[in-house]
Write a protein that binds this ligand. Structure first.
Ligand code: UD1
Length: 431
């Protein structure tokens, strides 16, 4: 059992280097399955989701070697099976990319239904509609395994997505990259990691145009050659540190980033009164000079404000005077963490997709839990601002997506520690 223990009340100050993007890594690693030669992937974040997807590939027969903390060599040539049904697959959301990658490689995929964070219903109907358009039928086996296959080679088609789903766009790209003819995805998602995946596939010899726009055109190819590829910086990790700097009224230089990916976040921080200075690959957030103001935010697919920064901003808005309204338009149940924030003295009421945040009162320390990955980041931000010692449990969610968060925050002046607890029959939890 592990917890984070935070003594709050210190403004963050200094520099933080952002790791490679989790959501790009968990798409690019399975995409190596499509390659006909070994690949080297650099700037991989050292997080548990990456370890898990690497182990899943190993179970399938790939040779996965860690060259150093942020580099993996993956040789997919010995993958013999087109199924991924072990317990590991259930442990993460992005394991559903194995469907598209295996379908693209062997026209068949048997993959367990994915797990991951719980934001309410997380259907994959758009992924399956895309596969069907490419000629693959699916069935659900025992309510737990999706079996999708095509009798012949997949064929390109025009696919319109009812919603610009990140997962469906990626899965269709993976399945279509070696299909016969041209696939066109309309109303495609435009998140930075979609462009990163397309760049990776193109560097191996794929023919994908339009990634980052509403329309992606994929012309199928027969062979993908091995490459060395470096993953983009993590937009959401950067957004989290920007938010933590603002919430603690600190001054932080966020390095190793692409400022363009952070425009919606920078815009909201400027609106509430932070000073933001952009450099080529860094960005300075200064909240130390002026009082901050309330604002309203609506989460949207990229280039809108990212839903994955919604909990962190809610925590930030608790610390500024006035009433702010958060509108979550992507997920139907992404406020489970609000009850944890209210334990710390936050005044937030949730009405459907809206959270109404009455900011300005001091947050006070409490034992709270991370209800999911980004919710956990919000708890850390609240703990950094709160009076007293906050204890955060269920930190395994946080470690799915943040590399060395304790080290990075400590270097910025935070007082945060990871504490190990032993379960004892008579004493309950003991540090
Ligand atoms: C990805 C991210 C997640 C982020 C989300 C939105 C990864 C591994 N995860 O999740 O962190 O919060 O994008 O930016 O990259 N939908 C359907 N049918 C489908 C697919 C999606 O109705 O077949 C709906 C979902 O219920 C949700 C919305 O579309 O309401 C967005 O989902 P999607 O963009 O697919 O998110 P994920 O790819 O699962």
């Amino acid at each position: 059992m592990e917890k984070f223990v935070i003594n709050g009340g210190r403004a963050l100050d200094g520099e933080v280097a952002i790791s490679g993007a989790k959501n790009a890594a968990v798409a690019i690693i399975p995409a190596v399955i499509l390659c006909d030669e070994p690949c080297r992937i650099e700037n991989i974040p050292n997080i548990s989701d990456v370890t898990l997807i690497g182990r899943i590939l190993q179970e399938m027969g790939a040779v996965v070697k860690r060259v150093n903390k942020s580099t993996l060599d993956i040789d997919p040539r010995h993958i013999a099976s087109c199924s991924a049904t072990s317990e590991l697959v259930r442990g993460m959301r992005a394991s559903y990319y194995l469907l598209g990658a295996l379908l693209g490689r062997c026209h068949q995929a048997k993959v367990c239904l994915p797990g991951g964070c719980n934001f309410g219903a997380r259907p994959i109907d758009l992924h399956l509609k895309g596969f069907a358009a490419l000629g693959a039928r699916h069935e659900l086996v025992n309510g737990a395994i999706i079996d999708v296959k095509s009798e012949q080679k997949l064929h390109g088609n025009n696919i319109y997505l009812d919603f610009a789903s990140v997962g469906a766009t990626i899965n269709i790209m993976l399945a279509a990259v070696k299909a016969e003819g041209q696939t066109i995805i309309e109303n495609a998602a435009k998140e930075p990691h979609i462009v990163d995946l397309a760049n990776f596939l193109n560097s191996m010899g794929a023919s994908i145009r339009g990634a980052g726009t509403d329309t992606i055109k994929i012309r199928g190819v027969d062979y993908l050659h091995g490459v060395t590829y470096s993953i983009i910086p993590d937009q959401i990790e950067a957004g989290t540190y920007m938010c933590a700097a603002a919430a603690t009224r600190g001054k932080v230089l966020v390095k190793n980033i692409t400022p363009k990916h952070l425009e919606s976040i920078s815009a909201k921080l400027r609106e509430i009164g932070c000073e933001i200075k952009e450099y080529d690959e860094a960005l300075l957030v200064d909240a130390s000079k002026m009082p901050l103001n309330r604002c309203n935010i609506k989460t949207m697919p990229h280039p809108g404000f990212p839903t994955d920064c919604q909990p962190q901003f809610t925590a930030l808005l608790c610390t500024v005077d006035g009433t702010s309204i958060m509108n979550e338009s992507v997920w139907d149940n992404r406020y489970q963490y609000v009850s944890e924030l209210t334990l710390m003295g936050a005044h937030i009421s949730v009405e459907g997709r809206l959270a109404i945040i009455e900011g300005g009162s001091r947050l006070t320390a409490a034992p709270v839990k991370a209800t999911d990955l980004r919710a956990g980041a919000a708890m850390i931000i609240a703990g950094l601002c709160a009076d007293g010692t906050t204890e955060i449990s269920s930190i395994q969610y946080i470690e799915r997506g943040y590399e060395d968060i304790v080290g990075k925050l400590t270097a910025l002046g935070a007082d945060i520690k990871k504490v190990y607890f032993e379960q004892s029959a008579d004493q309950g939890l003991r540090a």
